[in-house]
Design a protein around this ligand. Sequence first.
Ligand code: DC
Length: 234
Amino acid sequence: MITKKGIIIAIDGPAGAGKSTTAKLLAERLNYKYIDTGAMYRAVTLFALRNSIEPTDIEKLVELVKGMKFSFENNGSILFVNSENVSDAIRSPQVSDRVSEFSKIAEIREILVQKQREIGADGGIVMEGRDITTAVFPDAELKIFLTADLDIRAYRRLIELKNKGLNINLNDVRGNLETRDRIDSSREINPLMVTEDSIVIDTTQMTIEEQVNFIYNKAQEIIRSFNQNQSHRN
Ligand code: DC
């Protein structure tokens, strides 16, 4: 009998909707693992840029991605790739500006989706990104689509970047989010979209605490019946 460690909570949504902060706090409260899949696409972009590999050079990209070993530490807030802590480097404007170009490549997605499924297979996980509810874990027990108005997302992201010491202005941040949303939602492979069974949460007027509480309460309901099912099966 396979006993899963818990349910799978899949969270998708556009850039800057508060997915990472919400997912991380939720995972802490549930004592679940937190995985930021955007960080993996960002790391691929970082490594491609460092090695001057263009998005058109699929063969080199596949070789690169296959050689990348991802490991999340510190409850998902630090990403190591091949033992290098890339957490700060992947948030640079250079990476943000190019990440959508690399993440629309089918061959890259195939490898990363496979890795993400392996990471989450045992359950007890909160995974966030753009295609978690649609492609990575379409059978997740709880699916959330987190969104907010573009202006508020841009403002929140600006504060976040400024707190990290980056010198950047609101217009640039807004422009980057807008462009990424367009590419991420219109690409051929696993575009960002809302599934019928996702709970849509518009966080424009919500605090982080309200978002976390809302999802936590939903999760608790589902975990209760999940636990009952597990004990019946064993
Ligand atoms: O979550 P983020 O903004 O850090 O993600 C960076 C980019 O990675 C985003 O613009 C699209 C891509 N991405 C993706 O295509 N699929 C995912 N599951 C997660 C992110």
